[in-house]
Design a protein around this ligand. Structure first.
Ligand code: AMP
Length: 114
């Protein structure tokens, strides 16, 4: 399986601005932010996308959503709201084939899908 940029971030080969970590999940700032706050949450164990994760590692979804909730509460971004997005495959525009959840916040977001 191809080594992705997120594995390089995980093992410290590539620098990133990490904003959250626990035993299972890390989150860092997206290099090309689509909102004032744009974070990427990933599990330390690799899957390729959210469909593979759901089929074979559904516990990862719980780990990631727990991390997002904890971060949202601690940082206060839940007060004004946030968006959680995950792209699966070519038609959705997935570019990094390591499951990740985008968290967008910090300002009013454009209507989704408009
Ligand atoms: P997706 O298009 O859903 O696969 O999202 C991949 C995301 O990874 C994009 O929003 C990119 O801007 C982001 N990205 C790519 N390289 C890096 C990096 N080195 N550090 C942080 N984010 C990155």
């Amino acid at each position: 399986m191809q080594v992705t940029i997120f594995e390089k971030i995980l093992n410290g080969e590539i620098k990133s601005e990490i904003v959250y970590q626990d035993k299972k999940v890390i989150a860092f700032r997206d290099i090309m932010p689509q909102a004032k706050i744009h974070l990427l949450f990933i599990h330390r164990e690799k899957t390729v996308n959210a469909v593979e994760l759901g089929l074979n590692n559904a516990q990862h979804a719980a780990d990631i959503f727990s991390a997002i909730a904890q971060y949202a509460k601690e940082s206060g971004i839940d007060r004004d709201g946030l968006r959680i997005v995950t792209n699966v495959g070519r038609h959705a525009g997935q570019t990094v084939f390591y499951t990740h959840f985008h968290v967008l916040a910090g300002e009013p977001l454009r209507t989704f899908g408009a």
